[in-house]
Design a protein around this ligand. Sequence first.
Ligand code: HEM
Length: 158
Amino acid sequence: MTDVIIARVLHVVAVVIWIGGVSMATTVMLPAVRHGDLGESPLQAFQAVEHRFIWQARSAVAVVGLTGFYMAWRLDLWDRFRMAEFWWMHTMVCVWLLFAFVLFVAEPFILHRHFDRWATARPKVAFAWLHRAHWVLLLLSIVTIIGAVAGSQGWSIF
Ligand code: HEM
C-alpha cells in the first residue's frame, strides 16, 4: 500500500499549494489590489500575481485529480459515490471540476478576454465581483477539506 500512501501525500501537498494560494489571493492580494496598495492599475497588479500563480494552480489541480482517482481506483471506493455519508467525496469531485473548468477553460478562453475589458472600463465593480467569486470558491474548498479529513477518519454528519 506504499503507492496509496504516496498518492495521499501528493494529493494533500497539492491541495495545500492550490487552496493556500486561493486563500492568499482572497484574503491578502485582492483586498490590496482593490485598495490600490499595489499601484495605480488594479488590473496590472492583479495580472502580475495571477500569471505567476496560475501554472502552480493548474499543476496542483492535475496532481489532485490524478492522485484522487488513483486512490479511488486502487482502494475500490466507487460505492461511496452512492452513499450520502460520503458527501465529501462528491464535494471533492465537484470542487475539482469547478476549478478545472475555471483554470483550463474559463480563464484562457472567456475571462481573459472579457474580464480585462470589464476591469479597464469599470475596475471597482469588476474586482468586487472577482473578490466575491474567490470567497465562494475558498469557502467551498474549506468545507471540502474539513469533510475529507474528518470523513476519511470515519466521522460523518449524516
Ligand atoms: C477528482 C477529484 C478528487 C478525487 C477523486 C479525490 C479522491 C480522494 C480520495 C479517494 C481520498 C482518500 C479518502 C480516504 O482515505 O478515505 C481523498 C482524500 C482527501 N482529499 Fe481528495 N479527491 C479529489 C479532490 C480533492 C479536492 C478538490 C480537495 C480539496 C479541496 C481534496 C482534499 C482531500 C483531503 C484533505 C483528503 C484527506 C486526506 C487525509 O486526511 O488523509 N480532494 N481524496
